[in-house]
Design a protein around this ligand. Structure first.
Ligand SMILES: [Zn+2]
Length: 311
């Protein structure tokens, strides 16, 4: 049994944003600092490279080893990296490469922005059968809608988001939100000088299980090449967008990366380093998050993976 654990964050907020569909679960810089202090006192915080080489040398790893990672390459991760550097903690930042030095906003953040800025009146929502804000039915409706949109090809997804923004009287320019900004190549190079690792999180945050062969290569392989060109350094680690992968995505990752990481909703397997599970700690107290280790490896999740051909 391999003992290494990997935790992950996304945006690191200056102040909580409970009204925002995506940023509401973000950790603040203060929480990140206290999480790190908690972990420093009880665990051994190691780099993702050290975890990978431990695996490669016969799956050896310190018993309480934890690696810290961040997904989506949001601009706020720059301050997070500076804090970790001050604390001498290494971390890996998984970036969505189409956002680097461009105005591109991945669909998942555009979706969150549209939902967060919806201004339709209750009567208008009733007319289009959208459940009331704050209800359990509304939450379920939002999650189902996100799952449906995640499975659409990019052009249909764009149309659907445009339609949704109009229907909900929402703002459809996520770039207006100061938090929807992404790390630049200059920042990424600086973060590397601080001892941080830069990993790949796809090109556009597309859902790998809906990609055809060419799209999958764009997301997993060409994105890596672009990032390596920007950093002038090898990129060895991948995090599946939304933690979603299938055998084709896993096999492609295994050809091009040392390790690839999933998300906690996935059964993953610490026995397979190209579908290595991670633990989301941003929205829960760190003490509780660490004691919930591997709770997602349920019988049902395992059965679902086995149906996909994993045993
Ligand atoms: Zn992501």
């Amino acid at each position: 049994m391999f003992h290494g654990r990997v935790i992950y964050y996304h945006h690191i907020a200056e102040a909580p944003r409970p009204e925002h569909w995506f940023f509401r679960s973000a950790a603040t810089l203060g929480k990140l600092r206290s999480d790190m202090e908690y972990l420093l006192a009880r665990y051994e915080l190691i780099s993702i490279e050290r975890m990978a080489s431990g695996w490669e040398r016969g799956r050896s790893c310190p018993a309480r080893a934890v690696a810290v990672t961040f997904d989506d390459g949001l601009h706020s991760n720059y301050e997070a990296a500076r804090l970790l550097h001050d604390l001498s903690i290494p971390a890996c930042f998984f970036v969505t490469t189409a956002t680097i030095d461009t105005a591109f906003v991945p669909w998942n953040l555009r979706f969150a922005h549209v939902l967060s800025t919806a201004r339709a009146s209750p009567a208008e929502l009733d007319a289009i059968a959208v459940p009331r804000q704050g209800s359990i039915a509304r939450r379920r409706w939002e999650q189902n809608l996100r799952s449906t949109i995640a499975q659409m090809p990019p052009d249909r997804r764009d149309q659907e988001l445009t339609r949704l923004a109009a229907e909900l009287h929402a703002d459809d320019s996520p770039g207006r939100d100061a938090d929807v900004r992404f790390l630049t190549s200059r920042q990424l190079r600086e973060m590397r000088q601080w001892g941080m690792t830069i990993g790949c999180h796809g090109a556009t945050h597309d859902t790998l299980t809906r990609c055809n062969d060419g799209e999958r290569v764009d997301e997993v392989v060409r994105s890596k090449a672009r990032l390596e060109g920007l950093l002038d350094a090898p990129v060895e680690f991948f995090a599946y967008p939304d933690g979603v992968y299938d055998r084709a995505a896993r096999d492609l990752a295994s050809e091009h990366y040392r390790m690839a990481f999933t998300a906690p909703s996935d059964v993953g397997s610490p026995q397979d380093r190209w579908r290595f599970p991670r633990h989301a700690v941003e929205a829960v107290p760190i003490r509780r998050a660490m004691s919930w280790w591997f709770p997602w490896r349920t019988r049902a999740a395992r059965a679902a993976k086995e149906a996909l051909g994993y045993t």
